[in-house]
Design a protein around this ligand. Structure first.
Ligand SMILES: Nc1ncnc2c1ncn2[C@@H]1O[C@H](COP(=O)(O)OP(=O)(O)OP(=O)(O)O)[C@@H](O)[C@H]1O
Length: 315
């Protein structure tokens, strides 16, 4: 069913460098959330902190009633079994074929028989569309296939939470579209809690239930997709439209006067919103034949509301 992750007042530094501070958010059970932010704002650090690979200086991460920031290493080992992680490059072992790569966590963490392992590995390979590629080595397949193999491996222990670190990096737009559909379908099928770090705005607009944005060492916003997509917050608008004008600069920050001037110029006429601009981009739906979890009805009703209000206002 997926578990809720409740983050409160989280702060992470390396030496004197504060990466982010006082981050609070709740990843709702079974929902898909996306974390955005300029390069270097600590999105990967956030994922590693959630899974207990990095220790925060302050704050808590509560999962199933336990604050994992307080756990000892052997207790964390158990909690980590709740997580599946898809690393940027799939993190596959280059000398092992896909079958053995995907079987690895089962052989490492369970006492299942080889016949049971075979059943699970083939089931997960089927889910990600990799049946027939069991004997291939990671170096013999495309980047998209490596991502899907990494995803199959993240699925074998039936995780309650899946963390995706830039699943779309290095993929062409068509492969990104297929991967997004796979993510939405998988979420509907296994109902785990998903958190995706991405730079791909099109994906961020279509795939998640919730969006968050890290900037200037803070979580600027985290909330339902429609709230972020229709937000007037300058940094959110700049990021979601991928434009130069706004608070985010080449080296991440700009001074206030420059931002004000740029935004005034924008207001004076230049049209730089992406297609869809402030509109609510339609959500990517699970494919035909995939039963949608009950929460989809609530989502549809929630997302219809701004449209309904707009129609009333326009009338
Ligand atoms: N183990 C570490 N020790 C010291 N500094 C680190 C460590 N890991 C990350 N950092 C620093 O933390 C900052 C955030 O890094 P992180 O990789 O999380 O950013 P990001 O938002 O994921 O970036 P990108 O979008 O480019 O992948 C960087 O300045 C990085 O150098």
């Amino acid at each position: 069913m997926g578990v809720e992750i409740c983050v409160e007042g989280l702060t992470k530094s390396f030496g004197h460098q504060v990466i982010w501070q006082d981050v609070s958010l709740t990843l709702p059970a079974g929902e898909v959330s996306v974390m955005l932010g300029p390069s270097g704002t600590g999105k990967s650090v956030f994922l590693k902190t959630l899974v207990g690979l990095l220790k925060p200086e302050r704050g808590s991460i509560t999962i199933q009633g336990r604050d994992i920031t307080k756990l000892r290493e052997h207790e964390l080992y158990e909690v980590r079994k709740l997580f599946g992680v898809l690393f940027q490059d799939g993190a596959l072992f280059g000398s092992m074929n896909l079958y053995d790569n995907i079987a690895f966590p089962l052989r490492e963490h369970t006492r299942k028989s080889e016949s049971e392992i075979r059943r699970i590995v083939l089931e997960k390979m089927d889910m990600v569309g990799l049946i027939g590629a069991e004997e291939k080595l990671p170096g013999e397949i495309s980047g998209g296939m490596r991502k899907r193999a990494g995803l199959a491996r993240a699925l074998v222990l039936d995780p309650e939470v899946i963390l995706f670190d830039e699943p779309d990096s290095g993929l062409d737009p068509v492969r990104v579209a297929y991967l997004n559909q796979l993510i939405v379908d998988l979420n509907a099928q296994i109902d785990a809690t998903f958190l995706i770090v991405t730079h791909d705005i099109a994906s961020a607009r279509q795939v998640p239930d919730n969006i968050g944005l890290l900037f200037r060492r803070e979580l600027v916003m985290f909330g339902p997709r429609e709230k972020l997509l229709t937000s007037d917050e300058p940094v959110v608008r700049q990021f979601l439209n991928g434009r130069m004008q706004g608070p985010i600069g080449m080296a991440e920050e700009k001074d206030a006067a420059q931002v004000e001037q740029e935004l005034a110029q924008l207001g004076a006429g230049a049209r730089t919103e992406t297609p869809g601009g402030r509109d609510l981009t339609p959500r990517l739906l699970p494919g035909p034949g995939i039963t949608r979890p009950p929460r989809w009805e609530a989502i549809a009703a929630r997302e219809a509301e701004p449209h309904r209000r707009k129609e009333v206002a326009d009338a």
